[in-house]
Design a protein around this ligand. Structure first.
Ligand SMILES: [Cu+2]
Length: 145
């Protein structure tokens, strides 16, 4: 019984430390606090983004603080594009390292994908297609008012 209690205490502590670390890590990144994946039941608006070779239309979107947006990504270009939302650093890293990112959405030509995203704080969130040769022009931003 005593042993079981020790295991319980240790795992609670481990979980707590992990959460604390995750929060500390996130607070270094303002954009992570401004936006995050949203709950489908809280969608207040749908915004369509057209993906072309190589740009987003519109390249700038304005949302209100607190909104959960369903983003429709419609690829009308001839090439496959990727969509990644995050901080400028995240996007640059993804473009440079071509790393697997769980938030990366692949949209083939003629295809349409959805992303539900919540904007909790006023600020600016960036999005881009991190594919090499696309990244320089295929960028946009979401302004949270
Ligand atoms: Cu692209």
């Amino acid at each position: 019984m005593y042993k079981l209690l020790l295991i319980f205490l240790f795992s609670t502590f481990a979980l707590f430390s992990y959460t604390t670390f995750a929060e500390t890590n996130q607070s270094n990144n303002d954009e992570a606090l401004i936006s995050k994946p949203g709950d489908p039941s809280e969608v207040s608006r749908t915004i369509k983004l057209i993906l072309l070779d190589n740009m987003f239309l519109p390249p700038e979107v304005i949302v209100s603080k607190g909104e959960t947006i369903k983003l429709i990504l419609n690829n009308l270009g001839n090439n496959t594009h990727h969509f990644l939302i995050g901080s400028t650093d995240d996007l640059k890293k993804a473009a440079k390292m071509r790393q697997k990112n769980k938030n990366l959405i692949r949209v083939n030509p003629g295809e349409q994908k959805e992303l539900i995203w919540q904007f909790g704080k006023a600020g600016v969130v960036h999005f881009a297609c991190p594919i090499k040769d696309h990244f320089n022009t295929m960028r946009g931003r979401i302004i949270v008012e």
